[in-house]
Design a protein around this ligand. Sequence first.
Ligand code: DC
Length: 220
Amino acid sequence: MNSNRLVIAIDGPAGAGKSTIAKKIADILDIEYIDTGAMYRAFTLKVLNSNIDINNLDEILKLLDTTTIEFKNRHIYLDGTRVDEEIRNNIISNNVSQIAKIKEVREKMVELQQKLAISNNVIMDGRDIGTVVLPNANYKFFLTASVEERAKRRYKELIQKGISNITYEQILEEIKKRDEIDSNREVSPLRKSQDAYVIDTTNKTIDETVQEIISIIEGR
Ligand code: DC
């Protein structure tokens, strides 16, 4: 247990509301927010931009060796360039699970994530935070929601961004596929840590979930 610092882990599948909720909690508690999914997305962007075959492990690992990923004021930088917007493209969402299951990629990202949490009060969200990255976190939460609800949220988000060449059914299939890869990969799959609080956000607003988490942290 990190007794003199506040370390909060949030895990769960795509679309459960992790990042929106984690950001709000970081603001309320005035602590750092680290989006670990953004790190896997940033490296996926680099792989896709490099035009190498996504199945060519040797080339991917070579690329990994020369990659730097940093967070500054909640912005993500890939090799020194800010890539907040690019990493949210659907092409990244549809390829990131493939990259995130590579052992060496995970080792590098986990090392970085642990360094970021070493001296700060943090809330970190991802898939393996409570189980692998920060097993001694003071609080662990596992957010879930039905796959249909998660697809609905993601669809709404894309429509709001002005992306219209995609259907709800397509998004549902994409999310199911990501769940399948993230949950069944060999290295640190998406799992609930035994000591995590489980919150089903299907029928809850963002603020209701935020309040629930804050109440638990403040012991109310
Ligand atoms: O949270 P997100 O949807 O931005 O995450 C993108 C992908 O990265 C997700 O499909 C699984 C992977 N990921 C992971 O394997 N481990 C993490 N700690 C965070 C994300």
